[in-house]
Design a protein around this ligand. Structure first.
Ligand code: C2E
Ligand code: MG
Ligand code: MG
Ligand code: MG
Length: 285
């Protein structure tokens, strides 16, 4: 009996494994053609100034319009794209699209800094910075309107070549933000050696700021540290007005989250940007 059920479990396990392998292979082959089939799109989420409520930037976030599965969030495919190296091609599409968007919005009078997420694998690729520069030039987008978001973990481990390339890009006027700060292991001293303009406190750091004294103390200390390094502090994933109030009081510079606005398609974003939300937010705060 024990043997039979053991075998049953093993068969079940093998089946599950086979299904998982098949699903991963399917995802990979779908992902492989997604750029040519024009299935990717970007949505944009505003970042506002904590002091006057005005928009200071938009973060571009990737979406995949899958033929069967509908609109997919990055969480369902970015990991696989990184494992397979497909992120390099997808990332090129993102960078080119962002460059074109910056130029298009400029022509519409919505001159806006745009933040773009960069995966570690993209930076490994030697051509990344050259392609980025070419894309910006081709589109006629000024570097000062570009911000690269790199994760804390990546920032801690990038090679001296990458640090130099980042510094050069920054000399051209682009800015650098550390994303998901507070989720990885950081050698904080390392942040001093990197040319960084902004640090984004991860949602996990700000989730409890309005309800737990300790969480507020920690967030305030982290913001103090960021300021001490000469950077601006950005809070992401703000969901409640109470969190928004606390973050303003403890000195956060830039605010981003559903309570301000969800990520929006381009037309929606432009309408939102033009409706002068600064006034409302100031009034509400
Ligand atoms: P991230 O860069 O930390 O982006 C923030 C994520 O939080 C986004 O999820 C955003 O939609 C979501 N978010 C914004 N406000 C709130 C809020 O108030 N509450 C909550 N719970 N979530 C909020 P999204 O768009 O699903 O992206 C997930 C991650 O995928 C991003 O995290 C980023 O690491 C990665 N990603 C997105 N676009 C790209 C891209 O173009 N290239 C690369 N390499 N990675 C990307
Ligand atoms: Mg980001
Ligand atoms: Mg983040
Ligand atoms: Mg991230």
């Amino acid at each position: 009996h024990a043997k039979a059920s053991g075998r049953g479990r093993a068969e079940h396990f093998t089946e599950r494994l086979a299904t998982e392998i098949a699903e991963r292979a399917q995802l990979e082959s779908d992902l492989r053609g997604a750029v040519e089939r024009d299935q990717f799109t970007l949505v944009y989420q505003p970042q506002i100034s904590a002091t006057d409520g005005r928009i200071v930037a938009a973060e571009a976030l990737l979406r995949w319009q899958h033929p069967d599965r509908g609109l997919c969030l990055p969480g369902t495919f970015i990991g696989r794209a990184e494992e397979t190296g497909l992120i390099v091609e997808i990332g090129e599409w993102v960078v080119e699209s962002v460059a074109k968007t910056i130029a298009r919005w400029g022509a519409l009078g919505v001159e806006q800094r745009m933040a773009v997420n960069i995966s570690p694998r993209q930076l490994d690729h030697a051509a990344f910075f050259r392609r980025l520069r070419d894309a910006m030039q081709m589109a006629g987008a000024p570097a000062r309107l570009l911000e690269l978001e790199i994760t804390e973990t990546l920032a801690m481990h990038c090679s001296s070549e990458v640090v130099d390339a980042i510094a050069a890009l920054r000399n051209d006027g682009a800015s650098i933000a550390i994303d998901d700060f507070g989720t990885g292991y950081s050698n904080l001293a390392r942040l001093r050696d990197l040319p960084v303009d902004r640090v984004k406190l991860d949602r996990s750091l700000i989730e409890h700021v309005a309800t737990q004294a300790e969480a507020r103390t920690i967030a305030q200390a982290v913001i103090g540290l960021i300021h001490g390094l000469g950077c601006e502090a950005v809070a992401e994933g703000i969901e409640t007005p109470a969190q928004l109030d606390v973050l303003r009081v403890i000195g956060c510079d830039v605010l981003q989250g559903y309570v301000i606005a969800q990520p929006m398609v381009e037309a929606e974003f432009i309408a939102w940007a033009r409706s002068a939300p600064g006034e409302e937010i100031r009034a509400a705060g």
